[in-house]
Structure formats: structure tokens, C-alpha cells
Design a protein around this ligand. Sequence first.
Ligand SMILES: NC(=O)c1ccc[n+]([C@@H]2O[C@H](COP(=O)([O-])OP(=O)(O)OC[C@H]3O[C@@H](n4cnc5c(N)ncnc54)[C@H](OP(=O)(O)O)[C@@H]3O)[C@@H](O)[C@H]2O)c1
Length: 320
Amino acid sequence: MPVREYACSRFLQKALHVSHPTILLTGAGGQVGSALVPLLAPLGPLVALDRRALDLTDAPAVQAALRQHRPQLVINAAAYTAVDRAETDASTAFAVNAQAPEVMAQVCGELGAALIHYSTDYVFAGSKPTPYLETDPTGPLGVYGRSKLAGEQALLHSATPSLIFRTSWVFSRHGHNFLNTMLRLGQERPQLGVVDDQWGAPTWAGSIAQATLAIVQQASAGPTPKRSLAEFMQSHRGLYHMTNQGATTWFGFAQAIFERYPQCTARLQAIPTRDYPTPVQRPANSRLSNERLAQVFGIRLAHWQQALQECLDQPPTIPL
Ligand SMILES: NC(=O)c1ccc[n+]([C@@H]2O[C@H](COP(=O)([O-])OP(=O)(O)OC[C@H]3O[C@@H](n4cnc5c(N)ncnc54)[C@H](OP(=O)(O)O)[C@@H]3O)[C@@H](O)[C@H]2O)c1
């Protein structure tokens, strides 16, 4: 049962004053993908594909899926996100993060469809002292960042209308992420050292999904959905930074988690990056300015602490 197709009620479409483009979502089993499914389902026909239904390393399968379902909008929430593993598996990382988005853009071009894609703070080196702008020079520190940057560039060089949302430090109750790791280790260990010299904005997958929904609603609010959506995407195409507001370190994030989850009794200790070596260096500064997103779409995501609370208030999601 890997493919999920959702129909929407015409009553709900009318009530919401939105049109109903067919949307094809990849990575429907991931953090952002699984948060998007229930939000997109009421908008119209939704083809939600997880990795079992569509493997992005299989370019002909990607082409075939898009040609079969003929969506007006593709949302690519799939990605190879194993940052350290990518160092020894570069061909898979590039196949998923760079070549697959390029293939999607080509087929979207044939179909007159638009594309929404996500990218990462790891396209930057992290040496800038202030929040990164979309126009700042990139300088990825590892294979994952380079593969995501190549995916961005493939879309930016394509004629297909696409929006690319760069985000950072994604968390949810679903899957592998810092929040779930802290919730587990905080109950298992007496003491936990957490890095306190890397800065960024923890971003809830639910916030990314809500912001994406709001933009899809803006794009599809018109009398002729296909034309208005493609035109909207064309006139707004490009890169946007999309994170929860505020910034902290991994240590600060861990403290906020433990404050809200009393079962986590481990004593937290702030440590420098050099005491937690990883195969790939992480950017010291991952902060992304969200001003362009606010100016163009009128959207500002919640503060990360508010988003954390909202996330913890929800039960853990069940994987697809
Ligand atoms: N996670 C972060 O901290 C973070 C930070 C900055 C930006 N981003 C970006 O945000 C977007 C959403 O990430 P996320 O946090 O939702 O990541 P995630 O939870 O790792 O989800 C990614 C999804 O992609 C799927 N996937 C991996 N390889 C695939 C393949 N070959 N074919 C099809 N699907 C495949 C994964 O499937 P499996 O579960 O089966 O592996 C997973 O369901 C991505 O573009 C990512 O680069 C994430």
C-alpha cells in the first residue's frame, strides 16, 4: 500500500476558496513529507509517494510516475539526508539530491507543471557572522551539502517554475532527528555532552508544512487553477529561506527539550565541536534570514520554542 491517493470533497474546496490542482508529493514518509500529507489532502487530488513507491535513484521511474499522474504541482520532500554517510556514498546522495530534482524539472517542463523543492543550510560554510541571505555565496563543507547545492542549481537553471525552500535543523516526533535522539538519550543516560558552538534555527517539520500549504494556497487561488498556479510559480520562482524564528545552539535546543520533558533526567553539559568529532564538519553558523519569504509571501514561521512546544503537544506520528 505504498501509494496513497487522496480525493478531496468539493464542498471543502468551495469552503476554503481554493482550486484543486493535482499534487504529486515525493518523500511522503519523511519528516516534512509526512507533515505535508494531511495538510495537502483537502486541497485536491494528492499522489503521496514514499521511497517504496518511488525510489529517486531510479530516474526512469521518476519520469514514469510524473507522466502517469500528470500533476500540476510536484512537491519534492524526498532527500538523502544522512550527512555523514554521504561522504562514502556520494553517488547515491547525488542521484537523490541532484539528479532526481533535475529529472523532475525536465518532466514538469513537459507537463506545464510547477515544482516545490527543499534544500539546506549545509550549502553554506558557516563562517558568516550574521544570518545568511539567499544571495550569499555558498560553500558546502561536505558531500551532502554539495549534492543539495547541485539540486538547487539544476532547478535554478531549468525553465520550469520552481520554488526552493532552504531550511535547517528539522525536527518532528517522526523519524531520526535531534529531538527524538535527545528524548531517548535524556532518559537513558546520566549525563549528556551537547555541542554549544554551532548556531542555527531548529525548525519543526509541521511549520515547514504549514508554510508550504499557505504558499500552495496562494498559488492556486484563481479561476483557472493550472494557469494561475504555473503563472504564480513562474513569477515567484527562486530561492527562499524557510526556518522557525530565533536561533540557538544544539545545547540550547537540548535544554529547551529537557525543560519541556521532565522524563529527561540526564545532566546536560555544553561542549565544543572539537569534543564531538563527526566525519563532516558542520557549519558554525547555520542561521538563515527569512526576510525574503516574509516580503514575497507575507509568511513568517513561529519562533522555534513555540514550534517545539506545539510539536511536543502532538502525539508521535505513525510512519506511512
Ligand atoms: N533533516 C534536517 O535536519 C534537514 C535540514 C535542512 C534541510 N533539510 C531538507 O529538508 C527536506 C526534508 O527533509 P526531512 O527532514 O523531511 O528528511 P527525512 O526525514 O530524512 O525525509 C527524507 C525522505 O526521503 C526519503 N528518501 C531517501 N532516499 C530516497 C530515495 N532514494 N528515493 C525516495 N525517497 C528517498 C527518505 O526515505 P527513508 O525514510 O525510507 O530513508 C525519507 O522518507 C530535504 O530536502 C532535506 O534536505 C533537512
